[in-house]
Design a protein around this ligand. Structure first.
Ligand code: ATR
Length: 279
């Protein structure tokens, strides 16, 4: 996805994957800065660790408490400028600037892939782990009407509800399934559904799948989890998490390059990479 986007922008960059031990993350990021990398993406568990040491935290990283995108910046006159905009022979200090592009990608994907505006919506959210917590907070920030948090370990859902109560007191947030069996959106943010032997994370005795107008699963591989299959067979409009992956990457490329990213090129590359060529 990133290499396709980079090529379409005509940039002479490469996007590479590297497996870094958590204990050596700082060294790896310092090394990337020393090599004048444009930026890096981070995934679990590095997103939380990077909060501790990036030199500048963007508002998005501060608010959502995780860094998934770093931009390296050099000193130009009195300010800091992305390395992408500095001459190739720049010599001088390089600082790390941390961003979060995951949280907004949830909202964009719900909007573009399912036609959902979370404002005022009634949402049932399954999962209160890392992904579930950010989804809950981001939906609360968007002004969701009512939010029902469901998690196998109830204490984690309670703790997310407490955080929402403090940060977004106007949001009507509950732990457990709603008694009235309808919702605008049923969203799976658990990891249950990733493995072939997994079933659906939804307790259908507590909430019928067709009680939701729309169903979203953050899992994108397999493309259709048992949960999404149940929803589709019940006639509910569905989407998987590929859109979230796409839009966090789109935003990251825009942060690094300072230019609009070629979304459709990146989407096609991502789909081909994750699901195989379609023709
Ligand atoms: P992530 O970063 O993907 O959110 P995580 O923080 O480990 O990863 O969270 C995983 C989520 O999936 C949690 O909500 C977890 O429930 P618990 O908090 O009770 O552990 C949920 N999950 C994982 N396996 C599950 C299963 N078999 N049934 C129900 N929920 C499950």
């Amino acid at each position: 996805m990133q290499n396709a986007g980079i090529a379409a922008l005509g940039l002479d960059w490469r996007y590479l994957a590297a497996d870094v031990e958590a204990a050596r993350l700082r060294e790896a990021v310092d090394g990337a800065a020393a090599m004048k990398f444009i930026g890096v993406n981070l995934t679990v568990p590095h997103k939380l660790l990077a909060m501790e040491f990036v030199e500048e935290l963007d508002e998005t990283a501060r608010v959502w408490g995780a860094v998934n995108t770093i931009r390296f910046e050099g000193r130009l006159d009195e300010g800091w400028t992305p390395l992408a905009r500095l001459p190739i022979d720049y010599e001088g200090p390089v600082r790390t600037h941390g961003f979060n592009t995951d949280a907004d990608a949830i909202i964009r994907s719900l909007n573009e892939d399912l036609g959902i505006d979370p404002r005022g919506a009634r949402v049932v959210l399954l999962g209160a782990g890392g992904a579930g917590r950010v989804a809950a907070l981001r939906l609360a920030a968007e002004g969701v009407g009512e939010l029902f948090l469901v998690n196998r370990t109830v204490e984690k859902a309670e703790s997310v509800r407490a955080e929402i109560g403090e940060r977004y007191p106007a949001v009507n947030c509950h732990v457990g399934y709603p008694k009235e069996r309808h919702a605008d959106l049923l969203l799976n943010a658990t990891s249950f559904g990733l493995r072939p032997e997994d079933g659906s994370p939804l307790d259908e005795d507590a909430f019928p799948i067709d009680g939701a107008s729309r169903v979203y699963d953050m899992i994108y591989r397999p493309a259709e989890t048992p949960f999404l299959k149940r929803a589709r067979e019940a006639g509910v409009r569905t989407a998987n998490g590929l859109g979230m992956l796409l839009y966090q990457g789109v935003k990251a490329l825009e942060i690094w390059s300072g230019r609009p990213a070629p979304v459709e090129t990146m989407r096609a590359a991502l789909q081909a990479n994750v699901y195989g060529p379609t023709d």
